[in-house]
Design a protein around this ligand. Structure first.
Ligand code: AMP
Length: 173
């Protein structure tokens, strides 16, 4: 199924100059949503994935669906201050300033096979930080998967250590 037609461009959101990729039309269509989850999970079907880590917040939606398909558990990776138990934090560089993500310190067991999922790969900073958290806990990363890649931002250069799987590639702005 062609998923491109379920992704809507919103110019100048959340700020001037950004073209926001709105996936709510895809979420609203049962067949497109199910196809996206199937396609995200497919390469990992026989790899023994124990946990799928999804990045707040749209990564939670796709990550949970993928976890169900793989018979795996789900691990939330969240913005700072949102997780209630003991956490590990990893900061990363933005164009202006820094941001950070957190994981519960007992979310992944040593040697556990983990797949990380987010809706969109832009500069790669968020996913790269998320991968560092999983590795700090001793998780074995079997892959990183996205619905959309903004190829012109070269985010995959930050994720060279991991097999990368993307459903929809956007070549130019
Ligand atoms: P980055 O760390 O630059 O790869 O940014 C990835 C994160 O920011 C993902 O969680 C995306 O949901 C969000 N994001 C970045 N750029 C966009 C965009 N143009 N449209 C929608 N979401 C975006």
């Amino acid at each position: 199924m062609e998923l491109e037609r379920f992704i809507r461009d919103i110019p100048d959101f959340p700020k001037q100059g950004i073209v926001f990729k709105d996936i709510t039309p895809l979420l609203a269509d049962p067949r497109a949503l199910s196809a996206a989850a199937d396609q995200l999970a497919q390469p990992y079907a026989s790899l023994g994935v124990a946990a799928v880590a999804g990045i707040e917040s749209r990564g939670f939606i796709f990550g949970s669906l993928v976890a169900q398909r793989l018979g795996a558990g789900f691990v939330p990776i969240r913005k700072p201050g949102k997780l209630p138990y003991k956490t590990l934090r990893e900061s990363y560089q933005l164009e202006y300033g820094t941001d950070a993500v957190e994981i519960h310190c007992d979310a992944v067991a040593k040697g556990q096979k983990v797949l990380l999922v987010d809706d969109l790969l832009a500069t790669g900073g968020t996913m790269s930080a998320a991968c560092k958290l999983v590795r700090k806990l001793g998780g074995q990363i079997v892959g990183v998967a996205f619905v959309i890649e903004l190829c012109f931002l070269h985010g995959r250069d930050k994720l060279k250590d991991y097999p990368l799987h993307v459903l929809v590639q956007v070549a130019s702005e």
